[in-house]
Design a binder for this molecule. Structure first.
Ligand code: HEM
Ligand code: MTE
Length: 479
């Protein structure tokens, strides 16, 4: 076959729009991706790279760091870039936007390094009722912003009276400090169980994209009242938006919103938190201020909070409108209409087995088996029971629930409807005689008597969210 043509950067630059064709370069090759633009899972953002190099954009979006993405790209190759232009491009390449990210504990299982997404080993997670920050899962969409606490300002907008600007000191001194123990779970927790049924799009989280911490800060309610919230505003306002200080290549911040009713309710316990487990919030978890929305999906708990806006509308953010929504198992990427589904807020009942691990080998001489795990439900619904089976769901036993560290007094029971924290559970049962293999299953029940579905296929969805089927691990018994 004849060699592909060689193009100059000027020639590539001429193809910077759908009208004139969309060309990009990657590692010195030239691609005509005009036809791919409409099919891009990441949407129109792809046009930002039109006429130039993909590298600076892909440096921010680690999803592209996969074999199947390069395969797609290779189909559109039309030529090579001149040596000279390639050299110029390399010289101009930006420094790594993740170079100032904080250090992380080496025990975390890394999903993606840039942005950093990692979760702890299950047996470490269930070791403590309050998850130490180092072991708390980290879910970042973008580089961790560097925020100077002295010049940090929180903007509160959308209220009559022109808004309010608060320093970190203001938040700490002008409002009562309130502490809440709340579990945070990513909507993608246990996505790997969905991936096993049929491939989904997203980070392949195991069972530990969840953690429980003691958060302290000002109540959002108190801040909104100080900023002019009152009955007049309640007549038209419906949502409260949050914007992070982390920004994507277009300068758009991470953002989300929650219903106003949750934000201003005394029972909602929504915090503008500046402490996690009694210490300042670590950078990965939102230093210096993050929103903590107890009972609500992780995605709405905006870190590095820069702006709070009271509004009649939901947030227009990508993460509110085009992600973090649930769909039917029958909906595929060709037919999905994100407008047709509500944004996930409260999460459904969840539980998982942290010990033993899937595939573990147990000695028959042990005679008994101890199984441990966590259980949690969204919306402040309390976990009232966890059932465990050692025979794939034929017979069941009730596990013991715990709301505190092992061997210590449990936390005071929450008022009804405000059970924001998970429960750890444990059961020790005799090993069934003669069994060579055990399928251990757990399922939880919350205070509304919601239960988990027994299998994944009926709740499978293209984004792999809300994965809460009975958790199953198989262990072998060794004689
Ligand atoms: C996601 C391909 C350029 C932003 C994806 C995915 C593919 C893809 C296959 C889905 C990956 C997965 O989840 O497994 C491509 C190709 C490109 C390109 C072939 C160039 C020819 C860009 C550019 C940007 C971008 C230039 C940003 C300026 C995104 C984002 C997502 C994404 C934000 C994630 C969407 C989500 O999480 O739902 N891209 N992409 N892409 N892409 Fe691209
Ligand atoms: N806030 C900002 N500003 N940027 C983010 O990428 N990720 C969200 C949420 N808040 C995110 C954010 C998601 S999807 C989750 S699950 C939680 O933060 C994770 O919080 P953690 O990293 O403290 O565990």
């Amino acid at each position: 076959s004849s060699p592909l043509p060689i193009f100059s950067q000027d020639e590539v630059t001429k193809h910077s729009s759908l009208e004139h064709g969309v060309w990009v370069t990657y590692k010195g090759s030239v691609y005509d991706i005009t036809e791919f633009v409409a099919m891009h899972p990441g949407g129109n953002k792809i046009l930002l790279a039109a006429g130039g190099a993909l590298e600076p954009f892909w440096a921010l979006y680690a999803v592209h760091n996969q074999e199947h993405v390069l395969e797609i790209l290779s189909q559109y190759k039309v030529g090579e870039l001149t040596e000279d232009d390639l050299k110029k491009q390399r010289a101009a390449e930006p420094t790594d936007p993740f170079s100032s990210d904080p250090e992380r504990h080496p025990v975390l299982r890394i999903n993606t390094r840039k942005p950093f997404n990692g979760e702890p080993p299950p047996e470490i997670l269930s070791d403590s009722y309050i998850t130490p920050a180092a072991f708390f899962f980290k879910r970042n969409h973008l580089p961790v912003p560097q925020v100077d606490p002295a010049s940090y300002r929180l903007q509160v907008e959308g209220l009559p009276g022109g808004g309010l600007t608060l320093s970190l000191e203001d938040l700490k001194t002008k409002f009562p400090k309130h502490t809440v123990t709340a579990t945070l779970q990513c909507a993608g927790n246990r996505r790997s169980d969905m991936n096993k049924v049929k491939a989904v799009k997203g980070l392949n989280w195991g069972i530990t994209a969840i953690g429980n911490a003691r958060w302290s800060g000002a109540r959002l309610r108190d801040v909104l009242l100080a900023a002019g919230f009152g009955p007049d505003v309640a007549r038209w306002a419906r949502h409260v938006h949050f914007e992070g200080l982390d920004k994507d290549v277009t300068g758009t911040p991470y953002g989300s919103s929650i219903p106003l009713s949750k934000a201003v309710s005394e029972e909602g316990d929504v915090l503008l938190a500046y402490e996690m487990n009694g210490e300042e919030i670590p950078r990965d978890h939102g230093f210096p201020v993050r929103v903590v929305v107890p009972g609500v999906v992780g995605a709405r708990n905006v870190k590095w909070l820069g702006r709070v806006v009271v509004s009649a509308e939901e947030s227009g953010s990508h993460w509110q409108q085009h992600d973090y929504k649930g769909f039917s198992p029958g909906t595929d990427w060709d037919h999905v209409d994100f407008k047709s589904a509500p944004a996930i807020q409260e999460l459904p009942i969840q539980s998982a087995i942290t010990v033993p691990a899937d595939g573990a080998v147990i000695d028959r001489s042990d005679e008994t088996l101890t199984v441990t795990g966590y259980a949690w439900s969204g919306g402040g619904r309390e976990v009232v029971r966890v059932d465990v089976s050692l025979d794939g769901g034929e017979t069941w036993q009730v596990a013991q629930l715990r709301s505190g560290e092992k061997g210590q007094a449990p936390e005071a029971p929450p008022p009804p409807g405000r059970a924001w924290a998970w429960k750890l559970w444990e059961i020790t049962a005799p090993l069934p005689p003669e069994a060579q293999e055990l399928e251990i299953v757990c399922k939880a029940v919350d205070s509304s008597y919601n239960v988990q579905p027994d299998t994944v296929p009926p709740i499978w969805n293209l984004r792999g969210l809300l994965s809460n089927a009975w958790h199953r691990v198989t262990v072998r018994v060794r004689d």
